[in-house]
Write a protein that binds this ligand. Sequence first.
Ligand code: GLV
Ligand code: MN
Ligand code: MN
Length: 413
Amino acid sequence: MTTTLGIDRTRLLQRLSELSDIGGIEGTTGSSRLAFTDADRRGRDLVVTWMRDLGLEITIDAIGNVIGTRAGTHDLAPVMTGSHIDTVRTGGRYDGNLGVLAGLEVVETLSRAGVVTKHPLAVGSFSNEEGARFAPDMMGSLVYVGGMAVEEAHDTVGIDGVSAGEELQRIGYLGSGPSPGLVPHAFVELHIEQGPVLEEAGVQIGVVEGVQGISWTEVTIAGQSNHAGTTPMRLRHDPGYVAAEIATFVRRLALELGHPQVGTVGKIDLAPNLVNVVAASAIMTVDLRNTDEVVLQEAERRLQQRFDELAEDEGVAITTRSLARFEPVRFDARIAGLIEATAQDLGCSTLRLPSGAGHDAQMLARVCPTAMIFTPSQAGLSHNPAEHTDPDDLEAGANVLLRVLAYLAEGEL
Ligand code: GLV
Ligand code: MN
Ligand code: MN
């Protein structure tokens, strides 16, 4: 019966649009809802309202994960879907939001058709997936699966100096639901690709086989602040120069190691950050990723070696702090196969690919069979308010999700 159902595209697009208006970035279709801010709270309130309207049983845990569950005919572990609604400061309207709202759309489609599945169906909206304010990324799902203690997550200090726990309390989302959370029967996340591969290949559905490893490091460079006009070049201990050298090294390193190694310096803060002052210090971040753990470790080793050389040559102190470190993840081959077959049955072209971005699914993969569905991203743009996915592709992705969840929720695999 469920195989003939289809999601309501207008309803899905309407919810995506309403949610993106919260923290909406003027003149764009994107949003700014950093984790545990007021905008995040208003987004959460809207999602909770929709979950309530759909008759879901809602639990909120101590890291603010919101899980809405629709009962099944049997008292079994739920089949879960979901993603996140926090965004980077310059976020698009689909990253994360699609996975949560497509989950609600699947629930509404089944409910309107009077279909009750054997396993319960749960939709998770996981906290602080982006990690842009509080590192690490995927914090909510990491806590959900027991990979990080709630206390440690609460104690995380954000880029604005406040703690995650205080902010969670302030926005009213420090709940009492179980942590670690209930282990699902299976987990499937729908997400935009956030890269150019599907669009370039002219393919509608990506079958995600795994997620590349992530290594985030915060680098602090302490030097000697001094007058920019009077200090001879040979006497400088300049954190600004060293930060620039590190940024260019990261680019060279990624190119030398070759595809799929990537490396990014996304943040550099100089202090005191003035035109005529040699900086006293620099704090910067390095994001390294690879699908191959061995090569990723090699990248980390070479980076550390470069820090040592620069510290010696320029006479500065370089200290590092790991903000996030996750090994590459492989998803469940049976669910990936199910996604592929389901998409092809629906007449969609498919391509198997790894994920370049981190996702909540990679945390859930630690506790239950898990996989992901990708839809194309126009021009491969993401973490950018211009992020866009064609409505036909959103609909196709949500329909694949509907069928895969319905199948899994009958206990089939
Ligand atoms: C988080 O989603 C990331 O991939 O940076
Ligand atoms: Mn995301
Ligand atoms: Mn993101």
